[in-house]
Design a protein. Structure first.
Length: 226
């Protein structure tokens, strides 16, 4: 799965940027559209919030993957689910009650995702993950686009992939940060299911073609999971 990140898109043309990666007669298109919500508290950057997500939901049929890099997600996450997001991801470092917020997101009709910063270990949260649908492994420090991929986080991906493959967890494994033609194969080999890509998609002349090229690279790295 490929989830283009609108953090790298033109914010003045979000509906058009979503359409550029949408499925068409000759392309599978984006599986999800990744929406980075930043509040200038949990991370230093400020991006967009619920009103923009609500407008974007009305402008595209691509499922929205809302990544909340915000303080107090326990309070705010449900609103994104109610606005029609397909997947709402909170950071374990910010959530007061991660099990409770997962329950509330699911009750509001969305899938629940849990994200870990690069330096946050997986082991303390394995029981928490049983309440989630998605694990988002950050391969850069959250807060800004265009950062270099951190290959050391792939150890976490391999660990959770083993747990999923052996039936101990049931989560989709997602990765966010520095995903490009140069890094996607290593991430696929480690066991990622869904790849968030920003500048690799929206920095291309044809974002839709870039999505397909990334998918093919990932599929070629692990053909049996293609």
């Amino acid at each position: 799965m490929i989830a283009p990140s609108i953090l790298s898109a033109d914010f003045a043309r979000l509906a058009e940027e979503a359409a550029a990666v949408a499925p068409s007669a000759d392309r599978r298109g984006a599986d999800w559209l990744h929406v980075d919500v930043m509040d200038a508290h949990f991370v230093p950057n400020l991006t967009l919030g619920l009103p923009v997500v609500t407008s974007l939901r009305a402008a595209t049929d691509i499922p929205l993957d809302c990544h909340l890099m915000i303080s107090d997600p326990d309070r705010w996450a449900v609103g994104y689910a109610e606005a029609g997001a397909h997947n709402v991801t909170v950071h374990v470092e910010a959530a007061t009650d991660p099990i409770g917020v997962a329950r509330d997101i699911r009750a509001a009709g969305a899938h629940a995702g849990l994200s870990l910063k690069p330096g946050t270990p997986l082991d303390p949260y394995l029981d928490v993950l049983r309440h989630y649908d998605t694990l988002l492994v950050m391969s850069v420090e959250p807060g800004f686009g265009g950062q270099a991929f951190m290959p050391e986080v792939l150890d976490k991906v391999r660990q959770v992939r083993r747990l999923v493959d052996t039936g101990h967890l049931n989560v989709l494994v997602e990765i966010d940060g520095g995903i490009s033609a140069d890094t996607i194969e290593a991430a696929a080999e480690a066991g990622v299911d869904c790849f968030v890509a920003g500048s690799a998609v929206y920095g291309a002349d044809d974002p839709g073609a870039a999505v397909e090229a990334l998918r093919e690279r990932a599929r070629s790295a692990v053909p049996d999971r293609g």
